[in-house]
Each structure stands twice: as structure tokens, then as C-alpha cells.
Design a binder for this molecule. Sequence first.
Ligand SMILES: NC(=O)c1ccc[n+]([C@@H]2O[C@H](COP(=O)([O-])OP(=O)(O)OC[C@H]3O[C@@H](n4cnc5c(N)ncnc54)[C@H](O)[C@@H]3O)[C@@H](O)[C@H]2O)c1
Length: 277
Amino acid sequence: MDTHYTNKLFDLNGQMAVVTGGAGVICASLCRTIATAGGKVAILDINRQAAEELAASINQSGGEAIPIGCDVSDKENIAVAAQQIISTFGTVDILINGAGGNNSQATTSTDLSFFDLPETALKWVIDLNLISAILSAQVFGKFMALQKKGIILNISSMNALRPLTRIPAYSAAKAAVSNFTQWLAVHMAQEYSPEIRVNAIAPGFFLTDQNRYLLFDEATGKLTARGQMILDHTPMERFGTPEDLAGTVLWLLSPASTFVSGIVVPVDGGFSAFSGV
Ligand SMILES: NC(=O)c1ccc[n+]([C@@H]2O[C@H](COP(=O)([O-])OP(=O)(O)OC[C@H]3O[C@@H](n4cnc5c(N)ncnc54)[C@H](O)[C@@H]3O)[C@@H](O)[C@H]2O)c1
């Protein structure tokens, strides 16, 4: 068997990847995956210290990463980060739009009805999940348009397929991220180069700091009714781990998927396939 050929399919050797929200639970794992596959990583995160710690850890393991403190809801801030990346690496081959998340003030509860969700919290969620992905694609996509080559990977969610209860802004924003993924895939291929690909992953339920309060009761440490219902509707009967995303992401970032653009891949333990019966 020609292992040289198969190894090359998933090789990221020399590729320069920008990962926004790169120090978070899911994206830190993706940064490590990229570095292990031979890629160089710029970790953009509003939490600069977490980005620095992750970069140091990747560099100690023989990878190549730089940390950049950056608020991706601010285009000027992204442009400054891009200049630093271009002057360090000379190019951007990959963008992962990983910054995202929900906010308890944009979540309905017994204390906070839909009618009272504050506008600031709703806008914060839409800005973080949707607008920041568009702004980052504008800044880094421009380099890809000039070099006529590049890969953009967005992070959507199960909420994009059918909205989950309680989190209207997050659901709407992620549905828009999936839609934007298709739009940008067509636009980049038609207007700039068929060698610019845009895809997304739609992770199922991964336990992170942002959703822990919804899935586990803080006082008892037991699953909440919502957490239990999620597991009941996940045929694999577990939450995902960030490592569960590695293979799918490596496929979408590498030459293994050269004719794949405009798709949103669920990585969800079967959640989206299960009708509940
Ligand atoms: N956890 C899940 O189950 C799940 C499921 C589906 C999709 N997602 C999506 O995956 C992505 C990563 O989620 P996670 O669960 O690892 O969350 P996380 O909170 O661990 O990571 C998010 C990271 O983004 C950073 N960030 C926040 N605002 C920022 C800003 N304005 N500019 C730059 N960085 C900013 C945070 O500091 C953090 O490091 C998000 O887009 C999330 O919506 C998560």
C-alpha cells in the first residue's frame, strides 16, 4: 500500500493557520491537531494569557505557535493581528472561526423570560458568533483572494439544524453561520478562486465552561434534566470530547477534501439523525 500517498492526503506541513477563540476548550484541541499535522498556528483570543499558555505548550511539544490577544468582534483589532501574522509568517493558508458561545443573559429561564432578554445580551451573542466570523473572513479572506488559495472553517452547531430551547440568539446566530458558510463558499470560488474552500463543522454537545451550567447541577454535580435529555437523544450516549473533532477538521483542512466546499458536517454522536423514537 502506498502510505506516502495517504499520509500526504492529511498533511498540513508548512500550512499557516489562524484560529480565533483559539485558546478555548474546542479550539485549543484543534490548534494542537494542526500543529501535530505540521501546521503553524496563530492563536487569536481575547484571553491573551490563555493564548500565551497554549502557544508555549505547543512550542514545547515541538510545534510552532504564536499567541495574539485579539477581540474578533472588532475589525480594526483583527486587521492588526493579521499584520502581525503576515510579517511573521508571510501568508495565511487557513482560518478557523472558532470564537463563539452563549451568554446566560441571552438564555430564557424561570427568572428571565424571552420578553425580557436584554438587547445588549442578544446583540453580544449575535456579534460574537456571526459578525466576528464575517469580519475575520473579510480580513483573512482578502489575503486568500490575493494568493488565490485558502481554507476557511466555521464552527456552527446543532442549533443551526433545529433550534434548541432557551437560547434564541445563539440558535439564530449559528443558523446564520451555516448559511454564511454556503454563501462564502460560492462567493470565494466564483469571484476569486476555486481553490478557496469554505466549510463548517456542527459539533453536537461538548462539555465546556460555557454550557456546564446548563448540563450539570452546580450543587449536586448531577446531570440537569436538560443534560439528561441531550444524552437520551444522543445515540452514542455521551458528550463529545474536543478530540472527537480532530479527524473531521483535519479532513476539511487538508488535501483530502480538495473538492469539498460549502458543507456543514455534524460531529454529534448521531444526535441530528435521531428522531427521539
Ligand atoms: N461546546 C459545545 O458543545 C459546542 C457545540 C457546538 C458549537 N460550539 C462552538 O464551538 C466554538 C468553541 O466553543 P467552546 O465550547 O470551546 O467555547 P470556549 O468558551 O471554551 O472557547 C471560546 C473561546 O473564544 C474566546 N473569545 C470569546 N470572545 C472572543 C472575542 N470577542 N474575540 C476573541 N476571542 C474570544 C474565549 O476567550 C475562549 O477562549 C464556539 O463557536 C462554540 O459556539 C461549541
